[in-house]
Design a protein. Structure first.
Length: 193
């Protein structure tokens, strides 16, 4: 597929990444096929995914698969599940050691073309604030958007980011695991059946 080859060859952010603490080069992590029926929209690859070249090969991925109730085999089956971050490359670290935001130029350059290629998608998971702002055009915070999940289901489910940094958020918001996850798993079962 030409589009995927073009994205893999993209070096637009080379100077931006070279100026970060890690001084790394772009390595776009591209993971989709046009037949996918579930679309996972993440933030941007972290350092571990930058190394592996495969999305969600980290504790966030373990938690996300648990939320979804799917095995690694299903999660990484590109014919069924597309994984499309808001930027395809690891953006580097900020001064506090957190990941920098996804460079907006990536979505501006590639997003519309990729979404147009994914015409079979029946369920979209919006993981974290960047994905929710872009896809829903909302300025609301993650808690408010996820709390209003019934406004978007069954085609779209806004989710918090599954990072360990959000473990306290999950403890403070037990309704998420009690109410959202059972419905999400039911919907995933329908779409994959
Ligand atoms: S983040 Fe996106 S725009 Fe920037 S180099 Fe990677 S693929 Fe290109």
């Amino acid at each position: 597929m030409r589009l995927k080859a073009d994205i893999r060859a993209c070096r637009i952010c080379a100077d931006r990444f070279a100026a970060t603490r890690t001084g790394h080069a772009p390595r776009p992590v591209v993971w989709f096929r046009p037949s996918a029926r579930i679309l996972i929209v993440g933030q941007a690859p972290g350092a571990r995914v930058h190394e592996s070249g495969k999305p969600f090969t980290d504790p966030s991925g373990d938690r996300l698969r648990d939320w979804m109730g799917v095995s690694e085999d299903v999660f990484y089956d590109r014919d069924r599940v597309a994984i499309l971050p808001m930027a395809f490359c690891f953006p580097g670290y900020d001064a506090k050691g957190g990941d920098l935001p996804p460079p907006p130029i990536c979505a501006k350059t590639w997003r519309a073309q990729v979404i147009a290629a994914l015409s079979e998608v029946e369920l979209t998971l919006l993981v974290g604030g960047y994905a929710q702002k872009w896809h829903l055009g909302t300025s609301a915070g993650v808690r408010e958007t996820v709390r209003g999940w019934r406004d978007h289901a069954p085609r779209v489910f806004p989710l918090p980011h599954p990072s360990w940094r959000n473990t306290a958020w999950l403890r403070k918001n037990p309704w998420f695991e009690a109410e959202v996850l059972p419905d999400l798993r039911r919907r995933i079962g329908e779409v994959l059946s």
